[in-house]
Write a protein that binds this ligand. Structure first.
Ligand code: ATP
Ligand code: MG
Length: 389
């Protein structure tokens, strides 16, 4: 049965061509299809997506069979825990580094596939809502002249169904570009050339704080992060201006705590994965910044509150008969997009209930309730007397 399904899928894909273009042996591709690490996804545009990195080809890479095209996945960005000597040693072959704002939204690659735009999420799915927003925000002008380039950026704002944030003073959803890459190879453009090209088309770039001497960058970055103060700006991404060396990320304690508040509201779904790496980040930052007793106490208080308070709130809420849900919203011109997005979430296995659309000036606002069953069931069972096994 499994063999039949994979051979049916193999007929859809020109394995020889993919093998040649991506420089991976044919048997790795057929094997990946059999193991479902290379998955066929039906949707707005049918595609094969790499669920995991295979032979150096990033997870999230998409192969479109018809019309044939390949869009490489967005590579992982390693994190510095100690700015010094982390940054200086990683970028030791560079004189300067460019420091850009790390915006907190969701990663999107926009590319022209055939004669249509595709808004791809990190995992390599065409998201119908993102595609619709990308067409509205970016249009096709850029791609008429640069059909082989991919615009990589962060979709940010309150009308984000994945990572809704109201911290940037954005009304609905905006696209901030942080990379322009070649479709097939994933090769990135140098930072300043990319920023100029983005400007040329009247599009938006993430903020550039500056270019700094690599040996002094840690001092500048500490200033940038401390300059965020109590606001929830996430952090920075430090880049080789030529984009030959892989970028590095560094984040603020405030955004760390905001992530924890979110994760521990849905503690049995996210808590475990979120917790340990964030403890490590806080500890190294406190040491690097030579904090006083008073500053440490404040850091510990913030950190502890971010874990316990949302969890207590969830337990109380459940005890009072409430539900463990997160409400997100999308804004669409056409209800068809909302329907397609509902199907898309179903395909991803997200448990979500779409509320009745509300008419607005130029379209509809649709609220979506995401259900967190694991946290909900666990809390209920303990409140009913189950023991922690
Ligand atoms: P990763 O696999 O890269 O570690 P992650 O899911 O852990 O991803 P993050 O911790 O949010 O993600 O950090 C990387 C992400 O930051 C990128 O995938 C990108 O979406 C986002 N990002 C925001 N601003 C920038 C920027 N200026 N430059 C590069 N990436 C940025
Ligand atoms: Mg992120």
């Amino acid at each position: 049965m499994r063999r039949d399904v994979s051979s049916e899928l193999l007929e859809k894909l020109d394995v020889e061509k993919v093998s040649e273009l991506l420089d991976i042996p044919e048997h790795r591709i057929t094997g990946a299809i059999q193991r479902k690490t290379l998955q066929y996804v039906r949707g707005k545009q049918d595609l094969f997506r790499f669920d995991k990195t295979i032979s150096g080809i990033e997870a999230g890479t998409c192969i479109f069979p018809e019309p044939f095209d390949i869009v490489r996945g967005f590579p992982k960005i390693p994190r510095a825990l100690m700015l010094y000597p982390g940054v200086a040693s990683h970028f030791s072959s560079c004189e300067n580094v460019a420091v850009e704002e790390k915006m907190n939204g969701y990663n999107v690659r926009v590319a022209l596939v055939g004669d249509e735009l595709a808004g791809l999420t990190r995992g390599g799915f065409v998201c119908p809502y993102t595609t619709d927003k990308a067409s509205e925000l970016i249009g096709q002008d850029f791609f008429f002249e640069h059909p082989n380039l991919v615009l990589c950026g962060e979709m940010v704002g309150p009308d984000s169904p994945y990572v809704p944030k109201s911290i940037y003073d954005i009304e609905s959803l905006e696209f901030f570009i942080f990379d322009i890459r070649e479709k097939l190879t994933g090769k990135p453009m140098p930072v300043m050339k990319r920023r100029e090209l983005v400007d040329e088309y009247g599009l938006r770039s993430v903020k550039l704080f500056g270019e700094y001497d690599v040996e002094k960058a840690h001092i500048e970055i500490e200033g940038v992060i401390k300059g965020f103060g109590r606001s929830l700006n996430e952090g920075v991404v430090i880049k080789d201006p030529e984009m030959v060396i892989t970028p590095v990320k560094y984040t603020s304690s405030m955004s760390n705590c905001a992530d924890l508040r979110y994760a521990f509201e849905f503690y049995n779904d996210y808590g475990r994965d979120f917790f340990f790496p964030r403890v490590c980040r806080e500890a190294f930052q406190a040491v690097e910044w030579n904090e006083t007793e008073e500053e440490l106490e404040e850091r510990c208080r913030m950190f502890g509150e971010s874990i316990l308070l949302p969890m207590i709130e969830t337990i109380r809420n459940k005890k009072n008969g409430g539900n463990v849900t997160e409400t997100v919203q999308i804004r669409v011109k056409d209800l068809k997009t909302a329907q397609e997005f509902e199907e898309h979430l179903r395909l991803l296995g997200v448990n979500a209930v779409f509320e009745e659309p509300e008419m607005t000036g130029n379209g509809y606002l649709v609220r979506i309730q995401k259900k967190y069953h694991s946290t909900s069931d666990k809390t209920e069972s303990i409140l009913n007397g189950d023991l922690w096994a």
